[in-house]
Design a protein. Structure first.
Length: 385
């Protein structure tokens, strides 16, 4: 089941996805259960943010900018904040995925430092710099960590989070929700308890539809996993919100299944990436039966995935339709996944949750335990030496 050294051990076998005993044995860390707990994570994170006083930062007045510091899932949390606030927000939202704040950030700005370990050197470096510059600070991460100590020293609100089922990667909702609670207190996003509850209800519905006992032909998570296994994914979001889900899916494919993907946002992606439809990976031999191919990895061919949002710009919708036809005309298969719900947070949550399920099922279909990240663990060890 494992992947020594991070290498795949077998080709994708869709029959594994409907083998209940295999799904249980092949997922010893319970990643499927963790993904299915997304609704509980949203509700827990909301309560934690309220109890920790995340909204208290609004007492100092509306900031000039919201700056989110974090990498990985923490960085995606910043993108979630930006997407939910939307293009009409009067305050810009910036995510810093590194060690330095931009030179213009100062006392007029709110810096929100989030870390799933509370020990990330990038987040701590940016947090310390924010304190030195006199910025308003909000932090979220595990308690009793250097990040919580930094927040206490600065007299800043700190929202405690906990890892889910021992999987720190699964704490994205715990990191994103406090940011939204703070933004709502400033009037920058209409995200209150009813919105979080509505999103949680949709996440519960997706978890039910994607449950392991649900057969592949009616299970959207398993279906998407099989489509992802059909080739190298090119994932496009049809709005800034859907692009966040595309970014998240590409990252989860790498983390869970060691699977490469390209992601982008329309309309720019159609300009920058459509050329791959004429490249060597788009060529398919219609007489070749890939089911008989014994190679251990994904086939060197493309499949386009379009994550669609109901709030598409009319011209973007035209570009999307033209790009889909272009791909299909060249024999590149296309999968379209639509968001669900009315509020931006609901729509984003549904796209992300379905992608999370698909990435775990993809790993299991390849015979991989979706939890280990040996390459990432080794990289962190080398950095810490």
């Amino acid at each position: 089941m494992s992947r020594p050294g991070g290498s795949p051990t077998s080709r994708f076998d869709p029959s594994r996805l409907d083998d209940q005993a295999y799904l249980s044995d092949g997922d010893p860390s319970g990643m499927l259960r963790t993904v299915a707990s997304a609704a509980a994570q949203v509700r827990t994170a909301y309560r934690a943010a309220v109890e920790a006083g995340a909204a208290a930062v609004a007492g100092q007045g509306r900031p000039r900018a919201l700056v989110v510091a974090g990498v990985g899932a923490a960085g995606i949390a910043g993108d979630v904040l930006d997407a939910v606030c939307g293009p009409g927000t009067p305050v810009p939202v910036l995510t810093v995925r590194g060690y330095r704040l931009p030179g213009w950030v100062g006392a007029a700005d709110l810096v929100m430092v989030v870390s799933f370990t509370g020990r990330g050197d990038e987040a701590l470096a940016v947090g310390a710099e924010a304190v030195r510059r006199g910025c308003t600070l909000l932090a979220a991460g595990p308690p009793d960590t250097p990040l919580s100590a930094l927040a206490a020293q600065a007299g800043a609100p700190f929202v405690p989070i906990s890892t889910v089922a021992g999987q720190p990667r699964a704490t994205m909702w715990g990191l994103a929700v406090p940011l939204l609670v703070a933004a709502s207190a400033f009037g920058l996003a209409d995200v209150g308890e009813p919105v979080f509850e509505a999103a949680a209800a949709r996440l519960e519905d997706i978890a039910h539809r994607c449950r392991p006992a649900s057969d592949s032909f009616i299970n959207p998570g398993k279906t998407l996993a099989m489509e992802l296994a059909d080739g190298i994914p090119v994932i496009w979001g049809s709005s800034p919100l859907a692009a966040v889900a595309a970014h998240r899916l590409a990252g989860r494919l790498a983390e869970h299944a060691g699977y490469p993907a390209v992601w982008g946002e329309l309309p720019e992606a159609a300009h920058n990436q459509a050329g791959v439809f004429d490249g060597p990976l788009a060529v398919r031999d219609i007489f070749h039966d890939f089911a008989d191919d014994e190679s251990s990895g994904p086939q060197a061919r493309l499949r386009l995935f379009v994550l669609r949002d109901t709030d598409e710009h009319p011209q973007v919708a035209e570009r999307r339709q033209a790009a889909v036809r272009l791909a299909q005309d060249r024999g590149v298969p296309v999968s379209e996944v639509a968001s669900e719900g009315d509020h931006p947070f609901e729509r984003l949550a549904t796209l992300i949750c379905l992608g999370d399920f698909a990435s775990v099922y993809l790993a299991l279909g390849y015979g991989l335990d979706p939890a280990p990240m040996s390459a990432i663990t080794e990289l962190r060890a080398r950095i810490s030496q």
